[in-house]
Ligand binder design. Structure first.
Ligand code: NAD
Length: 496
């Protein structure tokens, strides 16, 4: 069994010290080990990134972009292998892994346009013979810390743009499914990144804290759960670093009485149960407006759930796979237990599901829970499993208030045929990413991704135009070349 190490200064480095098991959640078996970097190893990666920065910063943006073009091509050529690695350690079905990877590649495509994105701003003659411009300079060493649920895509939200902007990078992927991130980083080196520009350290809190405390790290991008996001933001900010920390979610879909219910059921099924509900944009709460809409929704969803197929990642006929660990499987089932104990109605119960031949896999079947209220634990907290809650509301205002009162504000969706209701909803709802009859309103790579409230700590969202701002600092230069004829002598007030 192999132990996954690190990628530092252009070479694989074997880990020393602590390790952790990596599981294949489809079978429940251990598939390998990952090394957990100590302080010295992380500092070695930071030093490599620091040393690579001056030359990379001065590499013309068009040349940096060319590396991204080659990187995109290599990602496409190795897509099958990457998707297999994702499936093996995360458990998502091959078609889902392909979707993840293609969303990641779109961010590399955006980074290919970096010469255009970094053009800056120029004003001629801001005063007599005086020109002024703003340019966007890289920060230096940037760190990225990523979650288990998109092991390929979320790192690709971060380092292609950070590196294309002229920074060097240290990535700390999730220790639960780290292999695809390391494999992809090696493709980035093969595409032409000089040694030290992109480094990967595997590890846990010790590695993260080293990145947060080291003065050579200028900025930190984080994606993960809200308690850790808040911690990362506070510690990185206290250490004077720029930080963006994307956190958890509880995404609601409002189902209006006039919605096309067959369309709602189709799209909610994919959005609630796809990837076993382990998506920060998963729609985990359906708020039906009026009992008639709620009854129709629950009846149709119950029927639909009987045909959902849960099973191992390698069978493309499955709709979704296992959850990430046995502990998480127990946690998700614990939320279903709590809903039952607190008076909700378990319409379809995914606890104790058995997948023949894969009895030790970490499976939870698709679960539908009706008559959930805002006080229940299953409603207040992020479950991150294949569980759809139904809340019944009397009006659209009541449904919107539920969403606005929730601590998270990542994504939301309104199902309706009424344009006026849709416009009111999208204008007023306190959520960062809004869908109208679109269940997973994940912005494309040339927009930016970010929730509101406790789903994002920081001012700038991930990828897209915000990434250019996050990974650069503005410098404004005002320039004059005085000749003997225009010298004005000392001035003691602003020129007017
Ligand atoms: P997590 O917070 O447990 O881990 C994320 C990263 O933080 C990992 O690299 C992990 O090693 C590190 N980490 C964990 N505990 C730490 C600690 N005490 N100190 C320092 N670092 C620590 O998240 P996860 O379980 O891997 O991912 C699932 C979560 O991520 C969900 O809450 C999901 O909503 C969220 N998520 C959010 C987005 C978004 O864009 N908002 C996207 C994907 C996932």
């Amino acid at each position: 069994m192999t132990t996954l190490g690190h990628l530092i200064d252009g070479a694989r480095v074997a880990g020393e010290g602590r390790t952790q098991d990596i599981f294949n959640p489809s079978t429940g078996e251990v598939s390998g080990q990952v090394s957990l970097a100590g302080k010295a190893t992380v500092e070695q990666a930071i030093a490599a990134a620091q040393a690579a920065f001056p030359a990379w910063r001065n590499t013309p943006p068009a040349k940096r972009a060319r590396v991204m073009f080659r990187f995109k091509q290599l990602l496409e050529e190795h897509a099958d292998e990457i998707c297999r690695l994702i499936g093996q350690e995360h458990g998502k079905i091959v078609h889902d892994a392909k979707g993840e990877l293609s969303r990641g590649i779109e961010n590399v495509e955006y980074a290919c346009g970096v010469p255009e994105l970094l053009k800056g701003e120029f004003s001629k003659n801001v005063g007599p013979g005086i020109d002024s411009w703003s340019e966007f300079q890289p920060l230096g060493v940037v760190a990225g810390i990523t979650p288990f649920n998109f092991p390929a895509m979320v790192p690709l939200w971060m380092y292609p743009m950070a590196i294309a902007c002229g920074n060097t990078f240290v990535l700390k992927p999730s220790e639960r499914d780290p292999t695809s991130a390391l494999f992809i980083a090696e493709l980035a080196l093969e595409a032409g990144l000089p040694a030290g520009v992109l480094n990967v350290v595997n590890g846990d809190k010790e590695a993260v804290d080293t990145l947060l405390d080291d003065p050579r790290v200028q900025a930190v991008s984080f994606v993960g759960s809200t308690p850790i996001a808040e911690y990362i933001y506070a510690r990185a900010s206290a250490n004077g670093k720029r930080c963006q920390a994307l956190g958890g979610a509880k995404n609601h879909a409002i189902v209006m009485p006039d919605a096309d219910m067959d369309n709602v059921v189709d799209s909610l099924t994919g959005a609630a149960f796809g990837s076993s509900g382990e998506r920060c944009m998963a729609l985990s709460v359906a708020v039906a407006v009026g009992d008639a809409a709620a009854d129709a929704l629950v009846a149709k969803m119950r029927e639909r759930l009987t045909s959902l197929k849960v099973g191992p990642f390698s069978d493309a006929g499955n709709d979704f796979g296992p959850v990430i660990t046995q502990a998480h499987q127990q946690k998700v089932c614990g939320y279903i237990d709590s809903a039952e104990a607190q008076g909700a109605e378990i319409v379809v119960d995914g606890r104790g599901v058995q997948v023949p031949g894969f009895e030790s896999g970490f499976y939870v079947g698709g679960t539908l829970i009706d008559r959930v209220t805002a006080e229940m634990t299953c409603y207040r907290e992020e479950i991150f499993g294949p569980v759809l809650l139904v809340v019944r509301a009397g009006s659209m205002e009541e449904a919107m208030k539920l969403i606005d009162d929730h601590e998270y504000g990542n994504g939301t969706c309104l199902y309706t045929r009424d344009g006026e209701a849709a416009r009111y909803f999208s204008d007023n709802i306190q959520v960062g990413m809004v869908g109208i009859n679109v269940p997973l309103p994940v912005p494309v790579s040339y927009h930016s991704f970010g929730g509101w409230k406790r789903s994002l700590f920081g001012d700038l969202a991930a990828y897209g135009p915000d990434a250019v701002r996050f990974y650069t600092k503005r410098k404004t230069v005002t320039q004059r070349w005085p000749s003997a004829g225009v010298r004005e002598g000392a001035q003691f007030s602003f020129p007017s």
